[in-house]
Design a protein around this ligand. Structure first.
Ligand code: S3P
Length: 165
């Protein structure tokens, strides 16, 4: 049985941070789609976008999902914000949507100077992108959480849900 925990949500929702905490709680490991793709290319997501284009990056994301579907049964998966648009993540395990208002996400991503996000540099499209995605996030979610709650609160909720209590 697939027992993976899949975290979805817009950029800045905290998927990687929550994923790390959850992996600890579940005594499992975190696989972050962006990080796996970066490691395989020895390039940042931003560099991959610039060099090969967004479509290439999306194909890498699908390849990542297929690998997880065929090989991974018990991990925490943090997905890139665009992944649910191309792939139904329910095929990989239980899906948790970290939901937050656009304004809060913009604030967080602006603060996070370590990760340059190619789609965030075009500010005029961020709002449209957010609104075009939220239905899909909602539809794929087995469970929706408030991404503005504390890291431990969110992680514990997901952990309890997975344990069935
Ligand atoms: C993207 C989100 C990013 C990364 C890439 C594209 C998107 O991941 O995959 O920059 O389309 O929303 P995070 O959601 O982890 O920032």
């Amino acid at each position: 049985m697939l027992n993976n925990i899949i975290l979805i949500g817009f950029m800045g929702a905290g998927k990687t941070t929550i994923g790390r905490e959850l992996a600890k709680l579940c005594d499992s490991i975190l696989l972050d789609s962006d990080k796996v793709i970066e490691m395989n290319h020895d390039m940042s997501v931003n560099e991959i976008f610039n060099r090969y284009g967004e479509e290439y990056f999306r194909q890498c994301e699908i390849k990542f999902c297929e690998f997880v579907r065929n090989n991974i049964k018990n991990a925490v998966i943090a997905s890139g914000g665009g992944l649910p648009m191309r792939y139904d993540l329910r095929e990989l395990g239980s899906v948790f949507y970290l939901k937050a208002p656009l304004e809060a996400l913009i604030e967080r991503v602006e603060e996070d100077r370590d990760t340059l996000r190619p789609l965030f540099s075009r500010f005029e499209i961020v709002g449209d992108l957010y609104h075009s995605r939220i239905n899909r996030y909602e539809n794929q979610a087995d469970y929706t959480l408030n991404a503005l709650d504390s890291i431990s609160e969110i992680s514990n909720k997901i952990y309890s849900y997975m344990k069935g209590y």
